[in-house]
Design a binder for this molecule. Sequence first.
Ligand SMILES: Nc1nc2c(ncn2[C@@H]2O[C@H](COP(=O)(O)OP(=O)(O)OP(=O)(O)O)[C@@H](O)[C@H]2O)c(=O)[nH]1
Length: 414
Amino acid sequence: MRDPLIGIVGKPSCGKSTTLNSLTDANAKVGAFPFTTIDPNRATGYLQIDCACSRFGKQDLCKPNYGWCEHGKRHVPIELLDVAGLIPGASQGLGLGNKFLDDLRQADALIHVVDVSGTTDSEGKATRGYNPLNDIQWLQDEIRFWIEGNLKKRWGSIVRRHIGTKSSITETLRAQFGGYGASKEMVARAINSIKDLPPLDKWDNEWITKVVKAFMEVKFPMVLALNKIDHPDADKNVSKIMLKYPNMSAVLTSALTEVFLRKMAQQHYIKYELGTEFVDTYEDLGPDSGLKEMDPVLKDRIETIRDLVLYRFGSTGVVQVLQEAAKKLELVPVYTVRNIHEFTGSGGKYVFRDCTLFKRGSTVGSVARAILGEVTVASVEGVGGKRVSLDDLIGEGKNDILSFKVVPGGTKEE
Ligand SMILES: Nc1nc2c(ncn2[C@@H]2O[C@H](COP(=O)(O)OP(=O)(O)OP(=O)(O)O)[C@@H](O)[C@H]2O)c(=O)[nH]1
């Protein structure tokens, strides 16, 4: 099991880098990098969750090894992938073309940043009155053309082999889609979602398209970040998108505002609760707040942000967009502790030091393997010291706080 990876996609100048910065720009409280792969396109973002410490009234003792926790709002590291260089025609090699698409393979979910201000065309060049509906369509088409292209190149031999080996559709497609990191279960889910699917050797182009679309839904679940909502033309474009794609997950964002607010908070001009509409200034909180007074220009900017973004939309949306992507992946935070009664780690008074994201429905055994490696687990305890089996499944609030007892000598780490 590897760490979940969320890809950020979108045309040039839609606000990908700004969105990424707003999600990754963590403050000094943040622990070291927890991931094993270090890749220039990857960054650590922070997923905001309700921490287990608040369930037990232990917020004051919560001090994560990675990320941070403030009043029970925990920021758990999650890997993000910056997928740059996508423009119409990428599947035929335009822009960064296949480089982009190869990067994409590793992603488990995608955040598609859409510029809803209408001020950039499909290639990211400055314009006015551009209809961003087009962007949603062509981006999905490019991903589909790429997967379809790879499939069609070999279609003749795929069919021959399928018949020759008497394989099931799932087995044959699993072999083809393995390069995208697709499991057998994923392929089966995609196939089962299609009605009246004929035998594979009877598929024409239309059926191949249907299959690839179904596969994309499973492999690359997508959330739209409708970005630049601070722009005056954003409202009408957002309505158009919502009308045309009523079933797509979409979050309204202003990444630029988020970056600005975080910077202002770091410089002690404001107190800003990430992911909320709450911004307090020196005027609001007084001299004891430790905040600096702002000059009229800054004051004015904060007022505008409150009116145009925070009060209208409830937040800048970037925290929510990551939460929405995590929801698509059905990620559940699992806390591993040494002392199941105090929730502490090895030594020290601090609680819930370690938290890792797993897919809902994973077994306790797979969590053990991912965290401890190939060791022999003697027993597992849950809240209250209750015995938990390795075959039990994890979910929110269920088997999500675990203490593993390892057979002495059965591990390289102990
Ligand atoms: N008004 C407004 N502008 C934004 C917002 N987010 C980003 N921008 C601006 O949009 C422009 C492009 O943003 P980037 O984040 O560089 O876009 P990108 O998608 O990473 O662009 P490439 O690196 O070319 O792929 C910059 O001038 C940003 O300041 C936003 O929420 N509101």
